[in-house]
Design a protein around this ligand. Structure first.
Ligand code: IFM
Length: 453
């Protein structure tokens, strides 16, 4: 069925610094927690790391041309904190400023609006050594960094995302240890979550003090359902929804932590890390909320739950089963676009009056290059279904203003290294050749039509 998005709808593609840039010339980037983590045996699949990645540092002109060919009016990328401040504090490094200036200018020359994410997973290692996100000072350092970045970009960039997916940085980084810095300390993970949110609030204030900007945070929001009607499963679903979604949405959009989640977590923490004024800073009005959507989750909490599929990411919940059913991506994640409609309508109902952007949505598949082509019909199907689901939410009243595909390029998928390919553009990591996949051509047509015929 033909379908059109609202006039002025933003179309874009997303990436993140550590996942694509590579280190660049020797000495041009400080060490981040991902460099350290990737150097530890067994932490990243196949021993991969971000030393070269897509070598975007050198190849950004070609990547900007790929974006131009897609026809998207927007590009979301992150700035590397450890490139701009090797130690996570002090004046910005000139080589880093020059790199991002060149990138921003190249985008603006082609009429592509830069959407800059200020923090996307790559904390400078010296700040981790000083306590990392569980330490309050990291939030203050981040606000200084955000102000300095806005200072040099202010005349060219007006769209900022403060923090990407604080859930991942806090809970995968400090509770389950699947992501850098690889700590397994649930109480520290809760402090990290609070300080990531505080960093967001302080950064918002700092960047607005420099020049007007449109700014928001990006949260990974996922629908969580009980696997059965058993009360233990229902309670597990409530708790996981609390820890995945409401622990972040409520402070940002309501200025409070959800009571039931605070109660659940009381054996681990009394939330004494929340100082006077923190929640006011965290809930300062934003211009938009960014949503990263990939898959719904089904949760078991019964004693006879199927075995846990991963180390516990949920502080205070050690026995927990997750199931992904039906069609899945190469990540093993369920494909269920109705979860996106549900997420957007839930946000509209429970947290009204905030414009929404899907800042990431996409899927990894085991793409094959045949005769110089990648015919990724499975990715096209995934994107098609999710865009239709997003459109259904708009029809139902969601104030959705834009959509960014994850990702422009195949890239370093964190603990999965280069084994998972999310890009619209295939990257041959040995030669660094880029091949736009069939999905890139498909997306170009969607962008051009502002929908589907
Ligand atoms: O690659 C990541 C990205 O860095 C953050 N959101 C999820 C993507 C896929 O896992």
């Amino acid at each position: 069925m033909a379908l059109r998005f609202p006039p002025g709808f933003t179309w874009g593609a997303s990436t993140a610094a550590y996942q694509i840039e590579g280190a660049g010339p020797p000495g041009s980037r400080g060490t981040s927690i991902w460099d350290t983590f990737a150097a530890r045996p067994g932490r990243v699949r196949d021993g991969d790391n971000g030393d070269l990645a897509c070598d975007h540092y050198h190849r950004y002109p070609e990547d900007v041309q790929l974006l131009e060919a897609l026809g998207t009016g927007a590009y979301r990328f992150s700035v590397s904190w450890s490139r701009l401040q090797h130690a996570g504090r002090g004046p910005l490094n000139q080589r880093g400023i020059d790199f991002y200036s060149r990138l921003v200018d190249a985008l603006l020359d082609r009429g592509i609006e830069p959407w800059v994410t200020l923090y996307h997973a790559d904390l400078p290692q010296p700040l981790e050594d000083a306590g990392g996100w569980p330490a309050r000072d990291t939030a203050l350092r981040f606000a200084d960094f955000a102000a300095a970045v806005h200072h040099f970009l202010a005349e060219r960039v007006t769209r900022f995302i403060t923090v990407n997916e604080p859930w991942c940085s806090a809970l995968l980084g400090y509770a389950s240890g699947e992501h850098a810095p690889g700590r397994t300390d649930p109480a520290a993970a809760l402090r990290a979550a609070h300080h990531l949110l505080l960093g967001h609030g302080l950064a918002l204030e700092a960047i607005r003090s420099i020049a007007p900007a449109q700014a928001g945070i990006t949260l990974n929001v996922a629908p969580v359902a009980a696997a059965t009607e058993h009360p233990d499963d229902a309670d597990a679903a409530r708790r996981v929804d609390g820890l995945t979604n409401r622990l972040f949405l409520d402070p940002v959009l309501r200025g409070e932590y959800p009571e039931d989640v605070v109660r659940d977590l009381s054996p681990l923490s009394n939330f004494g890390f929340t100082a006077d004024g923190d929640l006011a800073a965290i809930s300062a009005p934003m211009d938009f909320l960014g949503i990263n959507y990939y898959a719904p989750q089904k949760v078991y909490g019964t004693p006879d739950a199927p075995p846990v599929e991963q180390p516990s990411r949920y502080p205070g919940m050690d026995r927990l089963g997750f199931h992904h059913t039906g069609r899945r991506t190469a990540m093993g994640w369920s494909i269920d676009a109705s979860g996106l409609t549900g997420t957007l309508t839930r946000l509209t109902r429970d947290y009204p009056a905030i414009p929404l952007y899907i800042t990431e949505n996409g899927a990894a598949f085991d793409d094959e290059v045949t005769g110089g082509q990648v015919l990724d019909h499975d990715r096209i199907d995934y994107l098609d279904e999710h865009l239709r689901a997003a459109h259904a939410a708009i029809t139902a009243g969601a104030d959705l203003r834009g959509y960014f595909v994850w990702s422009l390029l195949d890239n370093f998928e964190w603990d999965q290294g280069y084994s998972k390919r999310f890009g619209l553009v295939h990257v041959d990591y040995a030669s660094q050749e880029r091949i736009p996949k069939l999905s890139a051509k498909w997306y170009r047509d969607v962008v051009q039509a502002n929908g589907f015929d």
